[in-house]
Design a protein around this ligand. Structure first.
Ligand SMILES: Nc1nc2c(ncn2[C@@H]2O[C@H](COP(=O)(O)OP(=O)(O)OP(=O)(O)O)[C@@H](O)[C@H]2O)c(=O)[nH]1
Ligand SMILES: [Mg+2]
Length: 427
């Protein structure tokens, strides 16, 4: 299958800082706290845009950063939150964390969204820290930094149409005459081992993606032949084109073929039969095909549209393509297994639990604290104000940092470092 891949960097916008401010009123010596909260940072969000077909845009732009939230202001005014940064992606985009390889999202239908880098929370202003015991706090929080990560995007183009049928009925030949794809064609079974994809341009200039699929045989749904692994590709198509060797070149009965393939499709997932199916009677240039077609049409009884073609001599193809294009226009993709989610937001990963902090020893024998939670608290602390620093050390204690340092052998007066901030350990 046509796969395109890129690596990019995304970062959510930082939350805006909260502010420390006090009301100034005539004749009032010290008004109450009036520092507003910051605004939240904008997230980076992917959204499926039906019209897109490639990831080529990502080759030119590889960094996507959400805007920061505005800082809080005096007079209790909050900073504005930044809107999300919405990046359009083509249907079939698979998003992975480039560093861990974890699958984050598999974006398929138009409008589907995934938040790939969360914007930071807003920092709170001093108004929010007022308590009866401390009605005029000089404390505020900085905004939370936005989430950042490296992503790997992969495009598995979803074919609009999948060609199914027994081996050697001419699926690849058909693909090769209606698209620019050049799949391998041969008169032995299972010539096609992985799906090939091509773009069709109809005579009236509509276009869609078509894939030939490896041949199916009886028992495919149970893993016979190339089996199961290829039936999954059919899952992702909207319209099924069922190719039949109407000349019965290998001695099988065309209608029997038709029933057997449909049986395999329904065994794999009965909902596959809900997909529109167009029957293509191929090899009409061969002796016996005309007679077989007459019988076949009686047996199938108008249940499916049947198009008589010859991929070899390229006859009957235009009408077939027009009908496929018509069907596509009236058919939405629906996933077979799960109902589409209401809000259409996909996100597979629930952040792996990371330890809140880690302790190591720097080369200068200083105790070094690191870890996402501790670094987040650090970033949200305004170190210009003594009260904020005190609050930060209290937060460390409640995370269990003091105890952990003691357990590791830290002594009174040892130096402890978090990013560039150093303080003295006091037991
Ligand atoms: N006479 C005739 N032969 C055809 C026609 N279409 C395909 N063939 C021949 O049938 C044989 C099989 O064709 P493929 O296109 O490889 O068949 P396939 O369905 O892709 O087969 P697998 O990939 O093995 O499943 C080749 O020798 C083709 O030349 C046709 O319309 N008429
Ligand atoms: Mg083939």
């Amino acid at each position: 299958m046509f796969v395109d891949g890129v690596k990019i960097y995304v970062k959510g916008g930082d939350g805006g800082d909260g502010m420390v401010a006090f009301r100034r009123e005539k004749f009032v010596a010290n008004g109450g706290p009036a520092g507003g909260d910051g605004g939240k940072g904008g997230s980076v969000v992917f959204e499926v845009e039906e019209g897109l077909r490639t990831l080529v845009d990502f080759r030119y732009k590889r960094h996507f950063k959400g805007n920061p939230g505005e800082n809080g202001m005096s007079k209790g005014m909050h900073g504005h939150g930044a809107p999300d940064y919405v990046v359009p992606v083509p249907p079939g985009t698979i998003v992975k964390d480039a560093d861990t390889g974890e699958l984050l999202a598999d974006l398929i239908t138009h409008g589907q969204r995934a938040v790939v880098a969360k914007g930071g929370r807003a920092g709170r202003g001093n108004r929010r820290f007022a308590t009866p015991a401390n009605p005029a706090p000089e404390i505020s929080e900085n905004g939370e930094p936005g989430q950042e990560r490296n992503l790997e995007l992969e495009l598995k183009v979803l074919a609009d149409v999948g060609l199914v049928g027994f081996p050697s009925v001419g699926k690849s030949t058909l693909l090769s005459v209606v698209t620019a794809a050049r799949p391998k064609i041969a008169d032995y079974h299972f010539t096609t081992l992985t799906p090939n994809l091509g773009m069709v341009d109809t005579p009236d200039h509509r276009s869609f993606a078509m894939a030939d699929l490896p041949g199916l045989i009886e028992g495919a749904s149970l893993g016979v032949g190339l089996g199961h692994q290829f039936l999954k590709h059919i899952e992702r198509t909207r319209v099924i084109v069922h190719v039949i060797d109407m000349a019965g070149t290998e001695g099988r009965d065309p209608y029997d073929d038709f029933l057997k393939i449909n049986e395999e499709l329904s065994q794999y997932n009965y909902r596959l039969l809900e997909r529109p199916q167009i029957v293509v009677a191929n090899k009409m240039d061969m002796p016996g095909a005309e007679e077989n077609l007459v019988t076949f049409k009686e047996q199938i009884e108008d249940k499916y549209p049947v198009f008589a073609v010859s991929a070899l001599t390229k006859t009957g193809l235009s009408n077939m393509l027009l009908e496929i294009a018509n069907k596509l226009e009236t058919t939405e993709y629906f996933p077979l297994n799960e109902e589409p989610t209401e809000d259409q937001i996909v996100m597979y990963k629930h952040e792996a639990e990371k330890p809140e902090f880690e302790i190591s020893r720097g080369s200068d024998a200083v105790w070094v604290l690191s870890g996402s939670e501790i670094e987040r608290l650090f970033a949200m602390t305004n170190f210009d104000r003594e009260v904020s620093v005190t609050r930060f050390t209290r937060q460390l204690r409640s995370l269990g940092v003091d105890q952990a340092l003691r357990d590791r052998g830290a002594k009174d007066g040892d130096t402890v470092r978090i990013i560039e901030f150093e303080f003295e350990f006091m037991d």
